[in-house]
Design a protein around this ligand. Sequence first.
Ligand SMILES: *[C@@H]1O[C@H](CO)[C@@H](O)[C@H](O)[C@H]1NC(C)=O
Ligand SMILES: *[C@@H]1O[C@H](CO)[C@@H](O)[C@H](O)[C@H]1NC(C)=O
Ligand SMILES: *[C@@H]1O[C@H](CO)[C@@H](O)[C@H](O)[C@H]1NC(C)=O
Ligand SMILES: CC(=O)N[C@H]1CO[C@H](CO)[C@@H](O)[C@@H]1O
Length: 783
Amino acid sequence: MKYWLSFTLFLCGFALSFTVFCKALAGNVTYDGRSLVIDGQHRILFSGSIHYPRSTPEMWPSLIAKAKEGGIDVIQTYVFWNLHEPQQEKYDFSGRNDLVRFIKEIQAQGLYVCLRIGPFIEGEWSYGGFPFWLHDIPDIVFRTDNEPFKKEMQRFATKIVDMMKEERLYASQGGPIILSQIENEYKLVEEAFHEKGKSYVRWAANMAVGLQTGVPWVMCKQDDAPDPVINTCNGMRCGETFAGPNSPQKPALWTENWTSFVETYGEEPYIRSPEEIAFHVALFIAKKGSYVNYYMYHGGTNFGRSASAFVKTSYYDQAPLDEYGLTRQPKWGHLKELHAAMKLCSKPLTSGQQTTLPLGQLQQAYVYGDYKSGDCAAFLVNNGSKDAEVLFYNVLYQLPRKSISILPDCKAVAFNTAKVSTQYDTRTMVPCEKFGSKERWEDFREAMPDFDKTSLRATVLLEQMNTTKDESDYLWYTLRFQHDSPNAQATLNVQSCGHVLRAFVNGHFNSGAYLERKVAGLRSVRIEGKDFSRYLWGYQVGLSGEQLQIYSDLGSRKVEWNKFGSSDNQPQPLTWYKIEFDAPAGSEPLALNLGSMGKGQAWINGQNIGRYWVSFHTYKGQPSQTWYNVPRSFLKPSGNLLILLEEENGNPLGISLDRVSTTRACVKVSESHLPPVTSWLVEKQGGVKKNNRQKNGRKTPPYVQLSCPRGRTISKILFASYGNPAGDCQSYAQGSCHASNSKTIVKQACLGKRSCSISASNGKFGDPCPGLLKTLVIDAQCK
Ligand SMILES: *[C@@H]1O[C@H](CO)[C@@H](O)[C@H](O)[C@H]1NC(C)=O
Ligand SMILES: *[C@@H]1O[C@H](CO)[C@@H](O)[C@H](O)[C@H]1NC(C)=O
Ligand SMILES: *[C@@H]1O[C@H](CO)[C@@H](O)[C@H](O)[C@H]1NC(C)=O
Ligand SMILES: CC(=O)N[C@H]1CO[C@H](CO)[C@@H](O)[C@@H]1O
């Protein structure tokens, strides 16, 4: 069976690189124009971003294991300054903030680490990762040649580096960290600082290098990164857009290859297909790239108030590992096959010369090594919008449109970026606990502050962040005035830079210059045309429920809760809701369906699971986010406390706790699409070589492999057709050619099993239409 043969080959590839790896975990890291050099070996590396505070320590081992299984060599993470130093020189490295534990977990699984210290990270993180107290340091200007800022930045960078050194986590000490990053996409703001921007870049580079980590430093998107710091590319298509390293002695590294875009409330998600990602990754490597990082490999959850304005609580759910840590198929599997094919090319890629060969108008071959000696790998690129047939060293190859074929020996195709043979999974949310019973809920109305009791007064409209110190999302503005004609209706006219301005502060990817000067809050208030901006205002920072920590077990006992809806029947804005529940059995991920709510925050056993905003719809009329991640580790077996703060008029009776699972699996394989090694080699007459690499001399058909997640079995075959079914797993239909026994045969092979494999061949199904190329599509339900 050829399929299995080739598969074994792949595993070998893994095993091989893995041995090299384990040895490499104690060595110096250097680089040259080709790649990073670890323990004396040039390396082509695949890296994935996983941010430790966006998941839980309990999830880390499985996320890292799935990244490793997916062919990832390096885990990349930012360091989140405002989590670690919420108050100046008061540090927190506990729980989700336990950076050392995260890195040691990666080390334990034999992977490397790229540590992006920043300390400005953007990352769609609140205040770009800066602690808010920085704002109050006299004369500070962020991210430029400014003494107060440089002092704090150096202190924090040194703190982190020292911590890593103490735990012996740098590769130079035998640890897993092979790269570090300083600053982040600074080029985007550099001009705003004129000469001081340039001197700041030099200072940051020198300061970082002076910390003597023994591993290289990188600066992302910084084409003038001073030696020896390596400039790297961030973006979607670095194979096309990256001008390259700024010195022939530096390798081409791609530190942010977006697997989708960050999702914000109100916007349609932009999803990158696995085919498109694979194309650009393969192209970058073909063009001498040596390090690719997926941003994100696992996005996770913006717990608490950590998301910057408008950024959804669910972060890069479309990444190869979804928000809950489940493999997102076929993206995860397709990239895994890409990485495996690349690993087979390692030797020529790292030691061979690269040459390019035109194959057609829009087709090109990138060849590494020497074809004649056989020590050779090739990438056949079709950048055209039509399928193409090309001749490469006398062999004909079919290249689907916009695709790259990878030939680890310059002969047989191991992988094509446009051919997805991995199964498609469908994720579903199944309610396991409904909170519809009125009797179980209690509520508590947040009291409006009384002007006379406010202790903070000013005759101006205070700036919001400066007043709350980012300790709450909320700031009350109150005033009292005499209205002359009490019966007339008054018009209130408010100009606010609330959320909109905050979006301007943090939300935009390309922001970050002069962050310390950005403002939020009310700008002017007019009542009946009279300007109240300079009136005497009373302020209250935060809500009384926040001050009492009403969301915690202890705090919740400090207030008098009402029976749900007892005060009157109308839901009121700014109401706290409380309910207790037992944890559902099992280990599947859980999510709260908040579809009946408006906007607010939710806590489970005192842990803030994030802001929710269901009333913010995309232009297609769907809520931007309905489900909110509830990590299993936040729960105890019984008596869990769920507290919600609803800012609008949501109805908590509609809330449910849902199980997140894969309940459908679909796969499509065509006769022409033989899995790795023998695929797409077309036999032709006259002068064209025959592909005779068939091991065992047996001709084997492609196998279709279908599987359900652990704990589930194939319970129903929803569709099966061997013939020429139309469409793909996202939408299929029976075609003009269809073997009538398709469903019966598939049922026999698969029902009741966790996984099954069937040969997609006439031998199995009979030949429903001789002479036609056949395809097998199976869609199954997992229960
Ligand atoms: C790393 O480099 C240092 C200085 O060049 C050298 O002393 C040390 O032996 C090297 N370590 C390894 C593991 O090669
Ligand atoms: C592929 O074609 C597009 C235009 O269709 C062009 O922008 C891009 O640079 C081309 N890429 C390569 C690798 O030739
Ligand atoms: C922030 O508040 C301080 C007083 O606490 C004031 O001096 C300063 O001007 C305020 N800054 C902004 C941007 O409002
Ligand atoms: C969202 C975002 O920042 N997109 C950027 C991706 O990179 C290209 C160039 O590399 C920029 O033009 C985009 O703004």
